[in-house]
Every structure is written in C-alpha cells, then in structure tokens.
Design a protein around this ligand. Structure first.
Ligand code: PLP
Length: 408
C-alpha cells in the first residue's frame, strides 16, 4: 500500500510477486517484514464488541485456535499461489490430511484412495476412518478403471497423492476428478511432492488440496506445519467449524517462519529440481543402479501425464541399487554430504531407505505391490552444488564394487 492507499491486486500478479507480497497485512507500525503476532487472545475495546465478534456479527480476531493475523497472512499467500478461494493452516501435514478428511466425512460415507501414499495417510484412510464408520477401498491409482470400479453410491471422497511416495508414480488428476464428479464425490489431492509451484490440482479439477508445509514450504528443515486449500464454501462452512473446535491450528511462530520461506519457494524448487535432474542423469548410467525414476524424464512410465499436469519434474529421485538391503545400506552409510533422514524438500539433500523406515509397517507383500523393494532409495535433492552431490554419490557407489555385496 502506498501513501495514497493504493494496493496492487495480487490476483493479477505473477507467482514470484505473490510469494513475496501476497497476504501481507501491515500493522500501524508499517513494518516491512511480516509481523509475528505471538498471541493467544485479543483484547476487545468493550463487552459489546466481544459479544458481536463471538457471534460472528462483526469481523475481528477472537482466539488463535480460530484465527491469527500471522497465520492469516500465510494462508492468504499460499491461497493466491494455489488459486484457491480460502485456506486453513495446520500444525502438521498430517493434521491437514486428517482435518480435511474428517471434516468432510460422516459415518456411512465411503472413501476411495490410491494405495501408494504417505505411510501416515495410509493409516488414516485404511485404519482410522473405518473405525468411525467410513470404509475405504484402496486402488492402483494409475488404472482409471480401478477407480471407477471402486465407486459406490455412498462414495463421498477420492484421495490421492501424485507423484507418489516413494516410487514417484504419477496419476491423472483431471481424469480422476472427472470420475469423482460423475458420481457426486469430491477429490482431495496431497500435493506435497509436486509443490504448489509445479502442479495446480484445483485448476485440474480437484476440490481440495492439502500440504505438509514441513517439506518444501519450510524448505530449511525447521518447523512442522500443513495447510488445506479449496473453495470458500468448503473451507469456511465444512473445514472451519471442525478446525475451530478440534484445534489442529498452526502456531503463529511457525506461520511466520513459513511466510519468510515462501519468498524463496519458487527459486528453491527450480534449483532443487535442476539438481534432481542432474543426479538422475548421473544415476541412470551407473553400473550399480537401475530403475531410476524421475517425473521429468521422457522414460518415466507416465511421461504423458507429467507433461499435461506438471510444469517440472520435482525435487525427488528414486532408484534401486543392485544387491538389495545390504547394498543399499552400505552405499548410504558411505555418503558424507547427503544425510540419511526421512524428510524431504529440505535445502540439504536427504536420502532414505523406504523398506526399513517409512514403509517398515507394511507386510513384505504390500511393499512388493508398491514397488518398495529392498534395494530402493529415495533421494530428496537439496540446494548444494549438483557436482558436489554427484561426487558424493559416485564415491559411495564405489563400495558396491566389492564382490560380497554384488553377490547378494
Ligand atoms: C510429510 C508428508 C505428509 C505429512 O506431513 P507432516 O508435516 O510430517 O505431518 C503427508 N503427505 C506427504 C506426501 C508427505 O510427504
């Protein structure tokens, strides 16, 4: 806002600008960097105002479990980027997923979800929802006929993530949204792996998008958080009452950290994506490596869908080393720059062995069905120099030249 009170219309500006300025709400002090309103409650000028605000008859803050100015700025900034009418920020990505699902479902409804998904999301859909009278059917998300076959008259929600964790399969959001709508159901998309920079599920027909802000949105490995985005009616009339009364709200401190991170989100995702591409090229030709998966490559099994719905391949690469678990462990233990951690989207490159960590809970058969083999590794490319990362991978892969490991 300038001296004449003019404010640019953020909706008409480009993402890079929205990420720096979107949602900014300056206090009377005119601070340039967004203020951190670390407060639980708000003092009212008088009892009449308290009564009116509690009733919703007058706008204004009441209690930070419902809303908070710093959290609002974060919500508005991402909503602009996503092209969503409204958003609610949560304490973690799982709080976003659980709130989005619980708030939209009731006993008697049915959910269809893609089997390949983040472990905790699988727990919510497969184990928790049925306890509350909401059965779920898990399908191969890449096969549209499976989605269609699973639909029932009482199917209320379809849920998926794409690209998937950890095998980076890609599902056709527009086609699955069309199936949902044909049956009067809604589609919820977990867009963590693609990020709001590379994929816009709402524009492709999804009704609701969820993120773990813990990943690329923070991008520096500090705070947990999440966000739910969608149309105004869905967010304000279905998500908000549940959110307000059950308390999955985001700390204003974490919202403030995320606001600063959003300023560099596009730059980071672009650079980390370039690093992921360079790493993919290196791994693809390596003697100890096979089945390299990166959504940005022409040899990706769903390259045509990637082309239609993503504007880049993302920051993650998955691959298998020859020699199963002993080889995967020996290789990862030799890395000196790339850290072993089951997080992703960080400025620091991280590697994980899904079979023994994120997917440990599954039976060997369930892991096999998802392609989570004993030799599979998932690499989250960070912001380091790509040449340094490749040198680290190259040196660590040399350990597999040993006969013992190759024989496994
Ligand atoms: C990390 C992650 C979540 C959960 O987020 P938290 O912030 O860890 O609760 C959900 N979905 C996907 C795809 C994730 O990567």
């Amino acid at each position: 806002m300038n001296a004449r009170g003019q404010k640019p219309d953020m909706k008409t500006l480009h993402p890079a600008t929205q990420l720096v300025h979107g949602g900014t709400n300056r206090s009377q002090f005119g601070e340039v960097s967004e203020a951190l309103f670390l407060t639980q409650a708000y003092a009212y000028p008088d009892m009449e105002t308290a009564e009116a605000r509690m009733k919703g008859a007058e706008p204004g803050y009441v209690y930070s479990r419902y809303s908070n100015p710093t959290v609002d700025m974060f919500q508005q900034r991402i909503a602009l980027l996503e092209g969503a009418e409204a958003a609610r920020a949560t304490a973690s990505g799982m709080a976003a997923v659980t709130t989005a699902l619980m708030a939209q479902l009731r006993a008697g409804d049915h959910v269809v979800a893609a089997r390949a998904m983040f472990g905790a999301c699988l727990y919510v859909v497969e184990d928790m929802l049925p306890r509350f009278g909401v059965p779920s059917t898990l399908v191969d998300g890449g096969d549209l006929s499976r989605w269609r076959a699973a639909m029932r008259p009482e199917t209320k929600l379809l849920f998926l993530e794409t690209p998937t964790n950890p095998c980076l399969e890609v599902y056709d959001i527009a086609a699955i949204a069309a199936i949902a709508h044909e049956y009067g159901a809604r589609l919820v998309v977990d867009n963590v792996f693609a990020t709001p920079i590379l994929q816009k599920p709402l524009a492709l027909g999804a009704d609701c998008v969820v993120y773990s802000a813990t990943k690329h949105i923070d991008g520096h490995g500090r705070c947990l958080g999440g966000i739910i985005l969608g149309g105004r009616d869905l967010i304000e009339n279905e998500i908000h009452p549940f959110y307000k009364q059950t308390g999955p709200c985001l700390s204003p401190f974490n919202a403030w950290v995320f606001l600063k991170s959003l300023e560099t989100l596009a730059l980071r995702v672009r650079q980390q994506g370039q690093n992921a591409e360079r790493i993919t090229e290196f791994l693809s030709g390596h003697r100890h490596v096979f089945n390299v998966r990166y959504p940005g490559r022409p040899d990706h099994p769903q390259a045509d869908v990637v082309k239609r719905q993503m504007s880049g391949g993302g920051t993650l690469v998955s691959f298998e080393v020859r020699g199963g678990k002993p080889a995967a462990f020996a290789f990862a233990n030799r890395l000196s720059l790339i850290a072993i951690a089951n997080n992703l989207g960080d400025a620091k490159s991280l590697i994980t062995h899904p079979a023994t960590t994120t997917h440990q809970r599954l039976t060997p058969e369930a892991r096999a069905a998802l392609g989570v083999t004993d030799g599979l590794l998932r690499l989250s490319a960070g912001l380091e120099d790509a040449g340094d990362l490749i040198a680290d991978l190259d040196a660590a892969l040399e350990v597999l030249d040993s006969q013992d490991l190759a024989a496994e």
